[in-house]
Ligand binder design. Sequence first.
Ligand code: NAD
Ligand code: UGA
Length: 462
Amino acid sequence: AYPKVSKICCIGAGYVGGPTCTVIASKCTDITVTIVDINESRIAQWNSDSLPIFEPGLEEIVKSRRGQNLFFSTDILKAVKEADLIFISVNTPTKNFGVGKGRAADLKHIEACARLIADHSTSSKIVVEKSTVPVRAAESLSRILKANTKPGVTYQVLSNPEFLAEGTAICDLLNPDRVLIGGEDTEEGQLAIAALSSVYEVWVPKERIITTNTWSSELSKLTANAFLAQRISSINAISAVCEATGADVSEVARAIGMDTRLGPKFLQSSVGFGGSCFQKDLLNLVYISECLNLPEVAEYWQQVLNMNEFQKSRFAKRIVETMFNTITNKKITLLGFAFKKNTGDTRESPAIYIAKYLLEEGAVLQIYDPKVDSKQVFADLSGTLSVNLSEVVTVSKNPYDAAVGSHAIVVCTEWDEFTSLDYERMYSRMLKPAFVFDGRKILNHKKLIDIGFHVETIGCKL
Ligand code: NAD
Ligand code: UGA
């Protein structure tokens, strides 16, 4: 039998590894949790007063457990050697080279972890796939481990995908809808599942911990993200119909959301979804389907991504069209740069798409986001553009500075603070006619029109 888990190592101190293992450390104070990463500056930040990621509630928990039973380290070998359970929470980005370029998941970091674990372990381990991976990835992981096993050492590989959303990670982790654990249908596999389950059982009701075979677990993660993204693309598709007909997508969403079979969540029409995972995981699902010779399935899920591109481009085009078909040298205020509220994460943020589109049309951007700094904005916008960024992009410390001399406000992120800004004050600083493009449907449009703004939004004609 597996002894009780007493030392956990988490490889990858990112948006998943950091919050997940911090919560485990806070709930299981008898377990020593060490989160390791090859990125030295990220680990230094985890050990400092300013954490590398912003997540509501995270800082308090880190501070209460750090140095007690929670450690952040670059000494990966030591942590791996000592651990009886290892989470692999490294990034699994879309491949940008070779076979499957632009679609398949790049598993090089996962494989590096497997080889490192195999080379340095002197005791048996439960190795847990926390990263999102293609179905059957655990098989490769197992094979690498087993082909390099030292005498007396055994491995059990589990799949334990993470379902947290950024911005609500701590709540999601403290009170998950479910915890999913996949493992082998052997005695050792079941014992390993029980060992991992016992960690979660400290705070998660047992009926919410579900166990499956490994492949179902891996595929459930891709499926969950595909369904969530599909819901957004579905409501966004309807938003285009609303704009053309006079229906209001918020009213449609409310009406369909009251059907208990559909439910009210995830029906917020927007400028399009962003974030590091929806696109990556859908591309991965499309690629897997193609490899399995299921082109109709691949095409079906590809359409969710196509609709998202359509939504982003529709919104960007509308900005230019509404502003008399030219925005050359016009200052435009972008409110929000993160891919959603309550995070500083900008990966695949629709704001990046909108900003690049407007810059290519010759606009000058004044950007404000409460949690994204100017270094990040410039990093995200650099590369493809033909303009000298420092001449055409300013990142402001507050929204009122960002409105000075501007023709239009474009809301890209649904930060709560944007709903309570003094829009009279914003208006007074702007050129006239002054425009608002609310890409998140969060502002009081009637009030803005009364102030004098020309307002455009998603999914309804004003
Ligand atoms: P991230 O980029 O924030 O963090 C990954 C970390 O792993 C990085 O700090 C990187 O330096 C480190 N790393 C990479 N290779 C390493 C190695 N060989 N040894 C040690 N450290 C290494 O990524 P993330 O957002 O935390 O996502 C991680 C995984 O979790 C992905 O597969 C993702 O799909 C999945 N996931 C993410 C979320 C989310 O909300 N971000 C939610 C659920 C699942
Ligand atoms: C998403 C899933 O919600 C998590 O369950 C999953 O674990 C995670 O991906 C992952 O695998 O990485 P996340 O991307 O952090 O989480 O955030 P979401 O709340 O899902 O939002 C994603 C994007 O969709 C954001 O740009 C958001 O603004 C947009 N969105 C969301 C909408 O446009 N409308 C909605 O109704 C909901």
